[in-house]
Design a protein around this ligand. Structure first.
Ligand code: ATP
Ligand code: MG
Length: 200
């Protein structure tokens, strides 16, 4: 049997406001199932699909939370590539940059099933498709979402954790428990920075 020689790098982009166990379960499962060298959790600088809708936590604080979330996990890393680039964050630009940093690697773009159906609306979709292999992670309660026709994708079933950043922000705001939803190190950053209205 021939050994696979191209290293595979997973790219899980997100706002991560905050990162939670759903993100980590997805990243770990995909890394294990697809034998990825690493999964990069790429923190969006300016998530153009969200920034008009609600105030997004400043990027450095979201990066600090992702770093805290992955600190004890091997093979999962926080990436500041979009923050370092600045401006609006487009995945196609990120994949272009990662491809030049890691020549010969296969880039695996990991997305939750809740957003898979919208891939056609992302910037420069044809380039995006060329640059990466799409991996859809089934997301609890929002499963079944698949890329549009013409987007071949691998599907990975991760442990179904019905957790969202949106719910966690509301929980911090009104003091409900979060300990089973986010790593303690993430909750520490939220409290020390006074994010989500938790300490006001
Ligand atoms: P929000 O509630 O603010 O939209 P979110 O929980 O959806 O936040 P994002 O930062 O939007 O988190 O998600 C980044 C990526 O992680 C997306 O591809 C999303 O589909 C995926 N994802 C988020 N939560 C889960 C989960 N519980 N299980 C699997 N994938 C998830
Ligand atoms: Mg979301």
């Amino acid at each position: 049997m021939q050994e696979r020689s191209r290293p595979r790098i997973g790219v899980l982009g997100g706002t991560f406001d905050p990162p939670h166990f759903g993100h980590l379960a997805a990243a770990l499962e995909v890394r294990h199932r697809l034998r990825l060298s690493v999964v990069l959790m790429v923190v969006a600088n300016d998530p153009w699909q969200k920034s008009g809708l609600r105030p997004v936590t400043p990027a450095p604080a979201r990066l600090e939370m992702v770093r805290a979330a992955v600190r004890d996990l091997s093979g999962i890393e926080a990436s500041s590539v979009e923050i370092d680039r600045g401006g609006e964050s487009y995945t196609v630009d990120t994949l272009t940059e990662l491809a030049s940093r890691h020549p010969g690697a296969e880039l695996m773009l990991v997305i939750g099933s809740d957003i898979a159906g919208g891939l056609d609306t992302w910037k420069r979709p044809d380039e995006l498709r060329e640059l990466s292999t799409i991996v859809v992670v089934d997301r609890a309660g929002r499963s079944g979402g698949r890329p549009p026709q013409g987007w071949p994708a691998l599907v990975v079933e991760a442990p179904a954790l019905d957790i969202s950043s949106c719910d966690i922000r509301a929980r911090f705001a009104d003091g409900r428990p979060v300990e089973a939803l986010v790593p303690a190190a993430v909750a520490d950053v939220v409290r020390s920075r006074g994010l989500y209205g938790c300490c006001r």
